[in-house]
Structures are given as C-alpha cells and as structure tokens.
Design a protein around this ligand. Structure first.
Ligand SMILES: C[S@@+](CC[C@H](N)C(=O)[O-])C[C@H]1O[C@@H](n2cnc3c(N)ncnc32)[C@H](O)[C@@H]1O
Length: 212
C-alpha cells in the first residue's frame, strides 16, 4: 500500500486565532486516513510551548494530528528532497505528477492578509522545492484541499472548480467580500470550514486585514 501523504502546517503566529482553529480542525478531518492507522497525516509544527500546552481538545482528539513545538525540518522520517513548500511565489504550479515525487507538503499557518504580505517567505529558509497553486491567495485549509485534489486525486489545477472572492451576506443589508480563492462545493458554494461563516459574520465589523 502507498505511504499516506503527509501534510504539515508550520504555525507562524503566536496565538491560535479562532479562524486558524477552525481551519486546522477542517484540515485534521479532511486528511484523516480512511482506515485506522497509527501514522499521523497532519503535522502542526513550530507551536509556541504555551500554545502547545493549551491546544483545544477538539484538535488533539484527532488521532491523525501530530502537534509539536519542533520546526518542520525536525519531523521524523522527513527527507528534504521529498518535501514541497506550497508557496504563492513559486515559479512552478503543482501538478498531478508531483504526487509521485513528493510525499510531504508544507503550508504556512498564517492568517491571510489583503494584500498578501508574503509571510510564506519565512519558510523558504528550509530550501524545499516550491510549488504554486495558481496566482490567487487561498486560505490554508483551501491550499491543503487543493493540494490533495492534485496529488491524491490527480486532478490538474485547471480542472478544479474555484470561486474567487465570494461575497458573503453577513446581515440583512450587508455583505462582505472574502479576499481568497476557494474550491466550489457540489452545492455551488465555496467550501469553508464548519463554523467559519458564523465566525465571519461575528467578525465582519472588524475588517479583513488580518483574519484568516
Ligand atoms: C493564507 S495563505 C498565506 C498567504 C499569505 N498572505 C502570505 O503572507 O504568504 C496560507 C498558506 O497557504 C498556502 N497558499 C495559499 N495560497 C497559495 C497559492 N496560491 N499557491 C501556493 N500556496 C498557497 C501557502 O503555504 C501559505 O503560506
């Protein structure tokens, strides 16, 4: 049986914002292997000690999650030549053949910003191969979802249905534009983590400069 792909989110913020928590819960659920195995598939790395000690139980309940204060480079079994950094500034886009060459996929655990500030730059120091998922910024859970579709389902990027910058109605008279690209679900709506729409409604009066 092929080795399960490994998804790593290197947490780059001090805190765990509610937005990130919902994204990480969603990633843990979606990357869970279909049959029970002791092997983790989702690594949450570089957690500050305090955050590691107080990770929400909803997250730690996921058996495929391996949380650690160590940096990605220290993960057991990781070989740098088998790792891809998902990087919005990479020269080459991810393609289905990358699923044959690479087994580890690393993402920035960063609140998205508009315009993007290129905080993914902090992860280039490891020297991993970079791949882009097209020119539009995605949320971290979307980036993991799209990577899985390309390397596991072998769907080329240009065949994945996307919704860019969707408008979400946050109250009777107001809507807000999300500055990200999402995968379009079977219901025609952007796929978002459970609870995210409610959180967006709650936060809608704070602006979207530093949220996802
Ligand atoms: C919310 S994005 C952060 C983008 C960001 N504003 C920055 O400062 O780099 C979180 C992570 O998702 C991944 N990601 C998002 N959009 C991507 C894209 N178009 N191509 C490759 N990776 C992407 C990257 O790993 C990125 O670090």
């Amino acid at each position: 049986m092929a080795k399960p792909k490994q998804y790593v989110v290197e947490h780059l913020d001090k805190e765990l914002e509610n937005w990130s928590k919902l994204e990480y819960l969603c990633i843990a659920t979606e990357t869970a292997p279909s049959s029970a195995t002791a092997t983790p598939t989702f690594h949450l790395t570089s957690l500050p000690q305090e955050l590691y000690d107080s990770l929400p139980s909803e997250l730690t309940a996921h058996q495929n999650l391996h949380a650690t204060t160590d940096e990605v480079i220290k993960l057991t079994g990781l070989k740098a030549e088998e790792v891809v950094l998902l990087d919005p500034r990479a020269e080459e886009d991810m393609n289905p053949e990358d699923g044959e060459k690479f087994g580890w996929f690393v993402f920035g655990g960063i609140l998205g910003d508009d315009p993007p500030r290129d905080r993914t730059a902090e992860l280039r120091k490891y020297g991993f191969t970079g791949r882009r998922l097209g020119p539009v910024q995605m949320t971290t859970d979307t980036a993991v979802r799209v990577t899985r579709l390309v390397v596991e389902e072998k769907i080329p990027l240009d065949k994945i249905p996307f919704i860019d910058f969707p408008e979400l109605r946050v109250s009777k008279n107001e809507s807000t534009e999300m500055p990200f690209r999402y995968v379009k679900g079977d219901d025609g709506m952007p796929i978002m983590p459970e609870g995210m729409v409610d959180l967006i409604k709650e936060d809608s009066n704070k602006g979207f400069s530093d949220m996802m």
